[in-house]
Write a protein that binds this ligand. Structure first.
Ligand code: SF4
Length: 669
């Protein structure tokens, strides 16, 4: 008997129309847990580096987290994994909502799509009955509209629908997969779904998921719920509102946007508006949000209500998620009313709320600087806000200049030439990043940005405070009930951290301490991504209800696998290393591991080199970031070493350019 997981994947070959229910190996669960871990194993085994992102041989895996579908609060993430057309590396994007638990209740842990359908289809999973259905009538429909039409067609209002919009159908490199109040957005996974000609994956499940030791498991769940309640009533003092509590990094309850609007960059990630937030803006934005927000909503089995339904005037109601609340507003240098309006179109089209606004702002900046001209943008309106709607339409249809911009700023700049590359200034590993430009190098963030392969909006931050507290009294109060730390040394790191002087940034925390902190933060994100836990209740906030000490208990009582902190750390290290191995095999090297040049004004090249060298060492990677023979052996990944040897990967010292050919044929503008 398998507990917490179902023990079966659904394998669908779209080229042949073949559907199989395949039993999985329980030993893989012990080694790689579930979700991201076991999906990384599938990608390693079955997608060699020669496979192009838009190839029938690429896999698109909808993986549920190991504990999804159990009563663990907030455990509802679907992890969608594939090879990204934008980065040409592994993409693994999470979505919340309701889809993953529903798939578990239908009797499957993953849906693995391979091949390519000859025409547009959708997949209907209704417990044991699985069909590939024609979707010709859904061609060109919005992602939200598609979900509604499918539910009506199937007469199944409770079906959960993960769908793409026009952007996915047209293989826009930053196309998302939309689902209820959530989306899996980063890395262009919606484009891979479009390439496979799959409009939606629809699921309804009515079975049970068993847990190994129910009474013990329920006790753990109750403790978490009590802690959430207590934390909601007792926010962490001394930090910004979104870090003081729990939940999504951008709750729809929050009105005070002073921190984001004054610290994040506007336009094409260049303009800081230090005095933007004043009483008048605060009042206007509050009125806007209050007038459009219909109700607050949660994901499956979570009391946090960090999403909302939004009804912009004259537009359909949609579900707003996370940071898209501000990204369009700030890219267009506009206001919240504009941002909430265009986000409705963007949700229907299915685009990443981080990349899409930056791509449009990039186009506007190129136009303002004469690199793109009226001849490239025939018919573009003169009004700023209308321009953004116009550009979004062109991009998702791949019309005219939109066909180039649809590949994201990195590839578009290469295609446009004429100096456009200098305007694609905010990328890491070829994908648009947080629009932040700061003054002094932050060594912790340097490491996260440089080495991160998750490439989500929060990178791998969380757990350790983002800045030192001013007084020792505040610091002592903070560490007093900081039981989430994996080791008490982190408390000392924080106690000694000063805003100014010898023990301040960028030389304190020391290189070794920074490496320890980043390693801890990353570990927690990777645990979440294997278990299916929302980062908002675990790896992202300070002092979360889930942590390294109670997770092993959840896994043991949930799955029956004998788990402790050491084994969990080792398992996480194993599949984290496997993610890196997939990317190394696809050409990623040290030269790709760098934050944007202009991310900080004051850079410290020697310190940055030492940080990277030391972190690579801690992770068991050589100076190119390639996992060593010894570290692979220690993790039981000798098969990775053998493959690296065969491909002569250890002799590539990073002088061969990593895959520099866009998936789309480069075109002259
Ligand atoms: S904390 Fe917010 S984003 Fe996370 S599961 Fe709960 S409602 Fe969803």
């Amino acid at each position: 008997m398998r507990y917490a997981e179902t023990g079966f994947n659904l394998e669908i070959d779209l080229s042949r129309g073949n559907i199989e229910r395949v039993e999985t190996d329980p030993r893989d669960t012990e080694l790689y847990l579930g979700g991201l871990g076991t999906s990384a194993k599938l990608l390693w085994d079955r997608v060699p580096p020669e496979v192009e992102p838009f190839s029938p041989d690429n896999l698109l895996i909808f993986g549920t987290g190991l504990l999804c579908g159990t009563p663990a609060t907030g455990c509802n993430r679907t992890i969608v994994s594939t090879i990204s057309p934008q980065t040409r590396l592994m993409a693994f994007s999470m979505m919340g909502g309701f889809w993953a638990p529903e798939l578990k209740y239908a009797g499957y842990d993953k849906v693995v799509l391979r091949g390519q359908s000859p025409h547009l289809v959708y997949i209907w999973i209704n417990n044991d009955k699985v069909e590939i259905r024609d979707a010709a009538h859904l061609q060109g429909k919005g992602a939200v509209e598609t979900a509604e039409l499918i539910r009506e067609e199937l007469k199944e209002p409770k079906a959960q629908v993960a769908a793409i919009g026009l952007a996915g159908e047209n293989r826009v490199y930053f196309a998302s997969i939309e689902q209820g109040r959530s989306s899996a957005s980063r890395g262009g996974i919606g484009a891979v779904m479009g390439d496979k000609r799959v409009k939606a994956v629809v699921v309804r499940g009515t079975r049970d998921v068993n847990v190994a030791r129910p009474a013990e498991y329920m006790q753990l769940c109750n403790e978490v719920l009590q802690y959430i309640k207590w934390r909601n009533e007792n926010p962490v003092p001394g930090v910004m509102p979104i870090l003081a509590g729990l939940g999504s990094p951008q709750e729809m309850k929050v009105h005070d946007e002073k921190w984001h609007t004054e610290n994040f960059m506007w336009g094409n990630s260049r303009t800081r508006r230090k005095d933007f937030w004043n009483e008048e803006v605060a009042r206007e934005w509050m009125e806007t949000l209050d007038s459009m927000r219909r109700r607050l909503i949660s994901c499956f089995n979570c009391p946090m209500t960090c999403g909302a339904t939004i009804a912009p005037p004259g537009r359909p109601t949609y579900m707003m998620k996370c940071f898209s609340k501000l990204t369009y507003t700030m890219a267009a240098m506009s206001d919240l009313e504009f941002g909430l309006g265009i986000a409705q179109s963007a949700t229907e089209y299915g685009v990443d709320g981080f990349s899409a606004p930056q791509v449009m702002a990039f186009a506007v900046e190129l136009y303002e600087n004469g690199i793109l001209t009226d001849a490239d943008l025939p018919g573009m309106p003169s009004d700023n806000e209308e321009r953004f709607y116009w550009l979004l339409d062109r991009i998702v249809r791949r019309e005219g200049i939109g066909d180039v911009l649809a590949n994201g700023t990195y590839w578009a700049a290469k295609q446009i030439g004429k100096g456009a590359e200098a305007y694609a200034h905010n990328n890491i590993k070829k994908i648009e990043q947080l629009p932040l430009k700061l003054s002094m190098l932050n060594p912790i963030y340097f490491l996260m940005y440089a080495t991160g392969e998750k490439i989500n909006i929060t990178q791998i931050e969380g757990q350790f405070p983002q800045a030192p507290f001013v007084t020792m009294e505040e610091r002592e109060a903070f560490v007093q009930d900081w039981f989430q730390v994996p080791d008490d040394k982190f408390k000392q790191y924080f106690l000694d951290w000063e805003p100014r002087g010898e023990k301040s940034m960028p030389f304190y925390p020391t290189v070794q301490m920074c490496c320890d902190i980043v390693d801890w933060q990353e570990r927690m994100h990777y645990v979440d991504d294997a278990l299916g836990m929302c980062a908002g209740l675990s790896s992202f906030p300070l002092k979360p209800p889930y942590h390294i000490h109670n997770y092993p208990k959840f896994i043991s009582a949930g799955t029956g696998i004998d788990m402790d902190e050491e084994k969990l750390t080792q398992a996480t290290k194993r599949y984290r290393t496997l993610v890196r191995a997939i990317n190394i095999r696809r050409g990623m090297r040290r030269k790709d591991e760098k934050p944007p040049e202009d991310h900080w004004k004051k850079r410290f090249p020697d310190l940055e080199k030492e940080l990277l060298d030391t972190y690579y060492q801690l992770k068991g990677w050589n100076n190119q970031g390639i996992p060593t023979k010894e570290s692979l052996h220690e993790l039981g990944l000798d098969y990775v070493f053998e493959d690296f040897e065969k491909r002569e990967i250890y002799s590539d010292m990073g002088d061969t350019p990593s895959q520099e050919t866009s998936t789309e044929k480069e075109k002259e503008v």
